[in-house]
Design a protein around this ligand. Structure first.
Ligand code: SFD
Ligand code: AMP
Length: 630
């Protein structure tokens, strides 16, 4: 009897289903529960992990990166729209950015009310890291936000399923009717039936080969457990996707991936290359090639990366963050008072360590292991492997409907609804609305939560789930367990077998293709039409073998499906870089055969869509709408 025969099928019916349990999903759960209670509706949330520590904020954060501060009169919502337009080299859904920006402050105020400690100065004002960023004591950030979501769900009679991995959407006639997945702890296959679904399963990590290979394999800046489930879910549902070419490459402290924002913005540190000095100053002229964006402030994140990469390509690396110099400068005004100087140095030292202890503990550990004292010695920084993340300075994700009160060309339904009826996308799952970060993702979740309930009240229908199709899916999803069981005894080493491939091996194969042909770390982020076409050839063979993955247990079963999800986002990425015949974001990727930005032909969104009926991909150019007067 196959192993899969032992799996119980559990059916759960709800009005609204939220898949994912991170920042955007918690925002959706909090808001949707409020409106669901008023209308007597049920909300169910499903997370592959445990809500308290799941997603990107698992380890905590040391800053809230999106706060407009309208009440302080410092910025306007329009300022934020301009900021995002500039950072993404002209490509952003300004209606979505505006919508999140006008609501984000209220989210931050809620966080504070729920118990998050936001730093304040002597006058009681928030301490800013930069113009849009607030400093927090954020080690328990996720727990606080999860608690609010749990309370709201509880109050409205909702349910949470933890450690259930969502694999496939259920769609009938371009309308979402639910989702299926499996427990990562028990032999249970789950069928969720719903009138509307909000997808918030985060971004994608480990599509490209990471810098951390060998003993450090798995370490990454963005969470390794976010594997592209959002993109897979929306693509497989038949939703139009946008900006799938816009991967995000952050510069991070090397090898443990500590973020740099606090160093650049709060400590006002410089970055240099060993042989070339301060690359942002020395290579300033290069920015003219990327006008108008290269000539305006702040210089887009990808161009900041690019100037450092040029130094590395010229053999001038490594790159360093001048931490000792920055701390020295900040303490300088106290130098005539030894006691005050010592106190200030102590304060700066503890802020430097807390930044990582709150957010990327591994970086603090690496500092300790390498005997780094940031006040005495600089630290190496490097551009990471690419990530897919719509909430930071990347933009990939689903193409969603704009806000109801704005006159934009992008409206076909309820705000944040994808092109599949009843399916909403939020956070890293929704595209072209970059720079939402933790607070903006939660805000977008809140917006979608309210809209999804409105959709259910106005249009909700009993989900017509085809249980025949569900049975087929169950068989397919559990196949890796059966494949392993049926063939495991044929060879002495269970990991080497001609009948199957283990998930780790499959992952390495995908990462090798992406790294070498699609502009990963070892290819120095460069690619070309010919390289991408070769990637497509190899990807087709990989896809054939994806049915041959084998799993020893539930954990490996999850690994198999994470891989397949990564493979799909990889394919959409390669197809979209091929489609956009220019280089718009050097520093994220460089198309060597079309090395210049081409505003006449490519100042547009590059969208793609996979048709579930035919299995064909369609590439679509969409115009960019600019907010009048902004
Ligand atoms: O410094 C499934 N982020 C930062 N945001 C800030 O506001 N300030 C910062 O300081 C930030 N920095 C930072 C950040 C992230 C990380 C990892 C570090 C540093 C080290 C970004 C934010 O964290 C990010 O924008 C939001 O968290 C995005 O929210 P969302 O909801 O899109 O994703 P999520 O929180 O990762 O949650 C994903 C959820 O989905 C679950 N999941 N559930 C069921 N089935 C599946 N198949 C699933 N796949 C995934 C996950 O378990 C999780 O619950 S700094 O670098 O800029
Ligand atoms: P990071 O730690 O790199 O994720 O950055 C945190 C925040 O600071 C994000 O909003 C970044 O866009 C911003 N940021 C980081 N470095 C710089 C810089 N050199 N100039 C302007 N903004 C920056």
């Amino acid at each position: 009897m196959p192993v899969s025969a032992d799996f119980e099928t559990v059916e759960v019916s709800t009005d609204l289903l939220i898949v994912g349990g991170g920042f955007s999903a918690c925002g959706a759960a909090t808001e949707a529960s409020y409106w669901a209670k008023k209308h007597g509706l049920k909300v169910v949330l499903v997370d592959k992990a445990a809500l308290d520590r799941s997603g990107a904020v698992a380890m905590g954060l040391s800053a809230i990166n999106q706060y407009v501060g309208v009440k302080d009169g410092e910025n306007t919502v329009e300022d934020y729209v301009r900021y995002v337009r500039q950072d993404l080299m002209g490509v952003s859904r300004e209606d979505l950015v505006y919508n999140i920006a006008r609501h984000v402050d209220s989210t931050v105020h809620l966080f504070e009310k729920w118990g998050l400690k936001i730093w304040t100065d002597e006058e009681g004002k928030y301490v800013h890291e930069g113009r849009w960023q607030l400093m927090i004591n954020g080690e328990s950030y996720k727990i606080i936000i999860a608690e609010a979501a749990k309370n709201a769900l509880d109050d409205a009679g909702g349910e949470i399923y933890e450690r259930v991995f969502i694999v496939e959407p259920l769609v009938e006639n371009n309308k979402i009717v639910g989702a299926v997945g499996f427990s990562t702890r028990e032999n249970k296959f789950y069928v969720f039936k719903a009138k509307a679904v909000i997808c918030g399963m985060g971004g994608a990590v480990h599509v490209f080969r990471p810098r951390s290979v060998g003993e450090g394999f798995g370490r990454s800046w963005y969470p390794p457990f976010n594997s592209g489930s959002s993109a897979y879910f929306t693509i497989k549902a038949g939703a139009e996707m946008t900006c799938q070419e816009v991967r995000f490459i952050p510069v991070r402290f090397k090898d443990a991936y500590g973020p740099v924002g606090a160093w650049f913005l709060l400590f006002k540190s410089r970055a240099v290359s060993a042989g070339g000095g301060e690359y942002m100053a020395v290579r300033k002229d290069e920015l003219e090639n990327w006008a108008p964006y290269g000539l305006a402030k702040p210089i887009p994140a990808n161009l900041r990366n690019y100037l450092g990469m040029l130094d590395e390509d010229a053999g001038l690396g490594p790159l360093y963050m001048e931490t000792h110099e920055a701390i020295g400068k900040l303490a300088e005004e106290y130098k005539d008072d030894p006691k005050a100087f010592k106190k200030k140095m102590k304060e700066l030292e503890s802020e430097a360590w807390e930044d990582f202890l709150d957010m990327t503990i591994s970086q603090a550990i690496l500092w300790a292991a390498l005997n780094v004292k940031p006040e005495e010695k600089h630290s190496e920084i490097a551009a990471c492997e690419p990530y897919f993340i719509g909430s930071h300075s990347g933009a990939s994700g689903a193409w969603v409907s704009g806000p109801e009160d704005l006159d934009t060309p992008y409206k076909w339904g309820y705000t944040n609804m994808t092109t599949v009826e009843g399916l909403f996308a939020v956070g890293d799952a929704s595209g072209a609305s970059s720079h939402k970060f933790s607070s903006g993702s939660h805000t977008e979740g809140r917006i979608a939560g309210k809209q999804a309930i409105k959709y259910i009240v106005e249009k909700g229908q009993e989900p017509a789930v085809d249980m025949g199709k569900v049975e087929e899916l169950k068989k397919k999803i559990l196949t890796p367990l059966d494949l392993f069981d049926a063939n495991k005894g044929k060879y002495t080493d269970p990991e080497v077998n001609t009948e199957y491939i283990m998930p780790r091996q499959f992952l390495h194969r995908l990462q090798k293709i992406m790294d070498e042909y699609a502009g990963g770390v070892t290819a120095r982020f460069k690619t070309s039409k010919s390289l991408l076409e070769r990637a497509m050839e190899l990807m087709a063979l990989l896809k054939e073998d994806s049915d041959k993955q084998a799993a020893r247990d539930l954990h490996e079963l999850m690994r198999c499906w994470e891989n397949i999800q990564r493979m799909w986002i990889a394919e959409s990425h390669v197809r979209t870089i091929l489609f956009r015949e220019e280089t718009r974001w050097p520093g994220y990727y460089f198309r060597a055969d079309t090395p210049k930005m081409d505003n006449d032909n490519w100042l547009c969104f590059c969208n793609c869509k996979w048709d579930p009926a035919t299995g064909e991909w369609e590439m679509i150019k969409r115009d960019i709408w600019t907010m009048p007067g902004v």
